[in-house]
Design a binder for this molecule. Structure first.
Ligand SMILES: Nc1nc2c(ncn2[C@@H]2O[C@H](COP(=O)(O)OP(=O)(O)O)[C@@H](O)[C@H]2O)c(=O)[nH]1
Ligand SMILES: [Mg+2]
Length: 383
């Protein structure tokens, strides 16, 4: 990777950056980013709550993610922890679900979907049950298996469910969460995954359904694995994913960044990342950074009484770790944040990184369709 060392050039970049930034500020204020009302430690505008209910009438066009599995496998807990900020311990007190619970997730311009949480006892072969309608609009089917329990019954139900759904709609993405793995040793986790994978795919092969692909994830609500798995499920429903990955690749190669995640701030799902492999530790660090930034913004971000904009487009954060690594967070829009990991020597060119980030943000707003007036992003290549 090369960097420009010409100070005159650096200066031009800085000035251009300043000019574009002032242009951007007015854009933010007027069109895009209204004030944020804080509820608890989260801005109200981020809500997944009742204000989104109006959309439900039009929600049939949104892809659905169905959460299925046996009773007590952890479906409702997953939905509450990932999308409603419930702490994992509180899920111990969740009542069992006895009707389909539809949850409209309209939190970001990319992540637009509904989650349907099913009671464990539902029978898809009941004639009263309209599986055509249910699976017809389904984007992804997440089947949750309790790994701490005997999973033979769950495997039978998985097979029945996916074959039925596949017949109605072969475009569904089938995702299997091998859940509650917090109680398992590392060896046991791998062995369980191998066994479940083997048995489930054998059953499909026996039924002549080789075209039906299942993806497997080891998950737990007690660590970040559930967020990571849900990120991957949601990414499959984001049509702009290749464009986003491409933009992130361009950003990191031109800015000396090692890893970059585009986060949905409320759920901590990453909507996209560059194409280098994701390691769990980096993802956890970035998730923790989002928590820190939101908490600090809510405590110290208010300028005076009555000001509700504790967290807005000017929010950014730099965290220096003691291993010469920097975490750099910038707001991309009301819902999305970019979190980067880079070496501290590369951060000396912060002006360049900020300029490139600015171009990136413009490109994202174009991809979101927020504004057509911005030109396609160009990144300043440093050679
Ligand atoms: N150890 C552990 N327990 C979990 C996990 N997820 C859910 N549970 C527990 O499993 C029980 C059943 O969860 P619930 O969400 O009601 O299951 P559902 O019937 O599938 O909706 C609750 O007591 C949860 O606390 C997990 O990742 N690890
Ligand atoms: Mg439930």
């Amino acid at each position: 990777m090369t960097y420009f060392t010409n100070s005159k050039y650096a200066c031009i970049v800085e000035v251009e950056f300043q000019e574009r930034f002032s242009e951007m500020t007015s854009y933010e204020d007027e069109e895009n980013f209204g004030s944020y009302s804080v509820v608890g430690s989260f801005p109200k505008d981020f809500g997944y709550g009742p204000e989104d209910q109006d959309d439900i009438a039009h929600s049939d066009s949104k892809p659905r993610i169905l959460l299925l599995g046996l009773r007590r496998s952890g479906k409702s807990s997953i939905q509450k922890v990932v999308f409603h900020k419930m702490s994992p311990n509180e899920t111990l007190f969740l009542e069992s679900t006895n009707k389909i619970v539809k949850d409209d997730i309209s939190n970001s311009s990319f992540v637009q979907f509904q989650i349907w949480d099913f009671p464990g006892q539902i029978d898809f072969f009941d004639p009263a049950f309209d599986s055509e309608v249910l699976f017809g609009h389904c984007g992804a089917l997440v089947f949750v298996i309790d790994a701490q329990d005997d999973y033979m019954e769950a495997l039978g139900k998985l097979h029945m469910t996916v074959t039925r759904a596949y017949k109605v709609n072969p475009n569904i993405k089938f995702e299997v969460f091998i859940h509650k793995v917090d109680g398992l040793s590392d060896d046991h986790k791998i062995e369980t995954q191998r066994d479940i994978h083997q048995r489930a795919t054998d059953d499909l092969t026996d039924a002549g359904l080789e075209g039906l692909h299942l993806s497997f994830y080891l998950t737990s609500i007690y660590d970040h694995s559930i967020f990571e798995a849900f990120s991957k499920v949601v990414q499959k429903l984001v049509p702009q994913l290749p464009t986003l990955e491409n933009l992130l690749n361009i950003l990191i190669t031109n800015s000396g960044i090692e890893k970059a995640f585009l986060f949905d701030v409320v759920s901590k799902i990453y909507v996209a990342t560059d194409s280098s492999p994701v390691d769990m530790q980096s993802y956890e660090l970035c998730c923790d950074m989002i928590d820190v930034v939101i908490d600090i913004s809510c405590i110290y971000g208010l300028r005076d009484e009555g000001d509700s904009s504790a967290y807005d487009m000017e929010s950014s954060s730099i965290i220096k770790l003691n291993n010469s690594t920097i975490l750099y967070l910038r707001e991309v829009n009301k819902f999305l944040a970019l979190v980067c990991i880079l070496r501290d020597v590369n951060f000396e060119k912060k002006g360049l990184i900020d300029y490139n980030f600015y171009c990136f943000r413009q490109a994202i707003s174009e991809v979101c369709g927020i504004s057509c007036q911005f030109r396609t992003a160009r990144f300043r290549i440093c050679d």
